[in-house]
Design a protein around this ligand. Structure first.
Ligand code: SF4
Length: 385
């Protein structure tokens, strides 16, 4: 394994809970946040010690990305986030120019706070904008307005951030093509360096799903969602963004280095509640319960509650369907060198079927998902599991 590792740090606090959210997050309480920041420092310190006894972990000493996700990382003070960056610097070999991202809520950041974040070493911000329509934002329980989102991105620029991303959600209940187009126009007018767009997925107990079930809101049909995705692809291309991963677009050189690790099989550390890591052979995840997390880490125990060892076949098939998410797709010669598998032989029938349906393309020893395949991606991935 020679790829540099990433570090993911989960911050499980939010001002309120959005009506579609299934992330491990809860309300912000200063004392819990203080204990949690200290526990993260302990957990990272323990990882540093574990590297001395484990060759697979020692190979993850060289790190080039840190990603604060959540939850809302910007509920923490700059001092708390700084102490986490510092412990990473003391524990890992971070190299000269790491990408350090923090997710941020557009409604709760000030110019001074953003300037301090920049001074603390954070060099990339990812704003959870979700929509530029105040009615939609209210419906999904976001606490910020469209105006907050516009201001936040402008403040980030004024604070010195040269790398800013925004998230949008497509396929909201009652959403119309006109509102979606307006969302896209607003997004491209703001000019973020990176754009992530997720299709709304509702888990069983989501309050938004209950409102749909009660008939208070109307879910939009699949055909419209597909049209929205195609419109997004066209508009992003017109505006100079590269569609480098199924849900992600970037200006040249602004791909998320951290998120690329998830799709290319690179290793990554994971710290905090619900965080999930990978060392190239096994995946593990921490407890989702913040009280269990605090109790365990404060007693010097590991918060890991699940570990899955991948066999060669598991790693090979995972490599295929994760790389198919990327614009460049799968380099079939590389894949054969790495796993000893000739993809076109092993998956002959599946590949034939997907090609005939126009969902994948094979050219010059590369296999990539087609434009049509991107909207039916799950069907494509299922063929390789
Ligand atoms: S801000 Fe994000 S993590 Fe927090 S409740 Fe909303 S969707 Fe969930």
């Amino acid at each position: 394994m020679n790829e540099l590792a990433g570090v993911y740090i989960h911050i499980p606090f939010c001002a309120t809970r959005c009506h579609y959210c299934n992330f491990a997050t809860g309300g912000y309480e200063p004392e819990i946040a203080r204990r949690y920041s200290a526990a993260l420092v302990n957990e990272i310190t323990c990882a540093g010690k574990a590297m001395a006894n484990s060759p697979s972990l020692a190979a993850m000493n060289a790190v080039d990305t840190i990603y604060f996700g959540g939850g809302t990382p910007t509920t923490l003070s700059v001092e708390q986030l700084s102490s986490l960056i510092e412990i990473c610097l003391n524990t890992f070999d971070l190299g000269p120019d790491p990408e350090i991202t923090a997710e941020a809520n557009p409604g709760s950041v000030s110019l001074d706070y953003l300037k301090d974040l920049r001074a603390a070493g954070i060099n990339r911000l990812s704003f959870g904008v979700q929509s530029f329509d105040d009615g939609e934002l209210q419906m999904i329980g976001r606490t910020h307005s469209a105006g907050d989102a516009r201001r936040a991105v402008k403040m980030a620029r004024a604070a010195g951030f040269k790398n800013a991303s925004i998230d949008l959600i497509a396929g909201l209940p009652e959403q119309k093509m006109e509102t979606w187009r307006r969302n896209l126009d607003e997004a491209f007018m703001l000019g973020p360096d990176h754009l992530s767009v997720y299709l709304l997925e509702l888990y069983q107990d989501a309050p938004l799903l209950h409102r749909i079930e009660r008939g208070e809101l109307r879910a939009i049909d699949e055909e419209l969602t597909v049209d929205m995705y195609f419109t997004l692809m066209d508009e992003a291309e017109k505006n100079g963004y590269e569609h480098y991963e199924i849900s992600n677009w970037a200006r040249p050189d602004f791909q998320s280095h951290h998120n690329l690790k998830y799709w290319t099989g690179a290793p990554y550390w994971a710290f905090g509640v619900s965080a999930a890591g990978y060392d190239g052979r096994s995946r593990w995840s921490n407890t989702r319960n913040i009280h269990e997390y605090l109790e365990k880490v404060e007693c010097g125990q590991s918060p890991i509650v699940e570990r899955v060892e991948l066999d060669d076949e598991g790693r090979q098939s995972e490599n295929l369907f994760l790389r198919l998410r990327l614009k460049d797709g799968v380099d079939l010669l590389d894949h054969q060198r790495q796993f000893g598998v000739r993809v076109v032989d092993r998956y002959r029938n599946e590949i034939e079927r997907l090609r005939e349906a126009g969902l994948i393309e094979l050219k010059n020893e590369k296999m990539a998902i087609s434009r049509k395949g991107k909207v039916l991606a799950n069907e494509v991935f299922a063929a390789f599991v």
